[in-house]
Design a binder for this molecule. Structure first.
Ligand SMILES: *[C@@H]1O[C@H](CO)[C@@H](O)[C@H](O)[C@H]1NC(C)=O
Ligand SMILES: *[C@@H]1O[C@H](CO)[C@@H](O)[C@H](O)[C@H]1NC(C)=O
Length: 159
């Protein structure tokens, strides 16, 4: 119920939350993504779906720095016991569709912080050791909404 309410709030404040383009790395591995904007303090939804030739067991998200997106930037793992998820992200990121076999990688980030804005990359792992794939073909960028920027500049102009 709690997640459901947040979802309504997130979807109604997220610009361009629906739709998205499909990017394929090979014919078997495609990801459908959009860029999104949100306001700090609120929550963001990153809509996402993917295709894979194997049955997914875990959905994983990396946040990217200027150089790369890697395991040291793990911000979400559908295995809640995974200890490598960065402390600042633990408990704030959740899947919209908890059934990972649906291949729906949409996530919601609550209590947005300035440091959450930036690019994210998807990784999916299956049941076999060889069933793993990082969708490097496309990143999704979460930006601070113009609304917020405008509010900030309005604030400074009244100083
Ligand atoms: C997001 O924006 C960046 C920078 O403009 C662009 O390179 C990238 O293709 C966009 N990604 C998507 C998923 O639209
Ligand atoms: C992913 O799941 C969410 C929540 O159930 C839903 O709103 C969204 O439409 C789904 N996306 C796709 C591409 O199925």
């Amino acid at each position: 119920m709690f997640v459901f309410i947040w979802l309504i709030v997130c979807l109604s404040t997220n610009k361009g939350a629906l739709g998205g383009e499909t990017y394929c790395q090979t014919t078997d591995y495609c990801v459908t993504l959009t860029n999104n904007t949100a306001e700090a303090g609120l929550c963001a939804v990153i809509p996402c779906s993917f295709t894979s030739p194997f049955k997914p067991e875990h959905i994983i998200w990396y946040k990217c720095d200027e150089i790369r997106c890697s395991n040291s930037h793990l911000v979400f793992h559908s295995d809640k016991n995974n200890e490598n998820v960065k402390v600042g992200f633990r408990g704030r990121v959740s899947l919209l569709e908890p059934d990972v076999t649906q291949k729906n990688c949409s996530i919601m980030i609550n209590d947005l912080k300035e440091s959450d804005f930036g690019s994210y990359q998807l990784r999916v792992e299956g049941y076999e050791l060889s069933d793993k794939f990082t969708y490097t073909v496309k990143k999704t960028t979460l930006s601070l909404s113009d609304l917020n920027k405008k509010a900030q500049s309005d604030d400074s102009s009244t100083d």
